[in-house]
Design a protein. Structure first.
Ligand SMILES: [Zn+2]
Length: 86
C-alpha cells in the first residue's frame, strides 16, 4: 500500500494539541472515539507515499482545515462526554 489518508495524521496531531482544553476523558477508548468521530466529519485526504514511507508533518492543509479539524474534534468530545463508552 503506497498511499495513506493524511487526515488521520492531522486529526491525531490536532487531538494532542487541543484535547487538554476539552475537559474530556482521554483514555484510549475516548481518544479513539473522538478521533474516529472527527474523521467521519472530515473529508479524507489521500496522498501517495514512497515505499510505504509515512507522510511527514511537513504537509499542511492550511488554517481553514485546521479550524475544521478542531471543530470536528470538539463535536466528538461533546458526544463522548455525553455518552462515554469506557
Ligand atoms: Zn474514557
Amino acid at each position: 500500500m503506497n498511499y495513506q489518508n493524511i487526515m488521520e495524521i492531522l486529526v491525531e496531531e490536532a487531538y494532542d494539541k487541543v484535547s487538554p482544553t476539552f475537559e474530556c476523558c482521554t483514555c484510549e477508548q475516548c481518544h479513539n472515539d473522538i478521533v474516529a468521530f472527527a474523521l467521519n466529519q472530515l473529508p479524507p485526504k489521500y496522498v501517495a507515499t514512497q515505499k510505504g514511507e509515512v507522510y511527514s508533518k511537513t504537509y499542511s492543509l492550511g488554517l481553514q482545515h485546521s479550524a475544521d479539524i478542531t471543530a470536528a474534534l470538539m463535536k466528538g468530545a461533546n458526544m463522548v462526554k455525553a455518552n462515554p463508552r469506557h
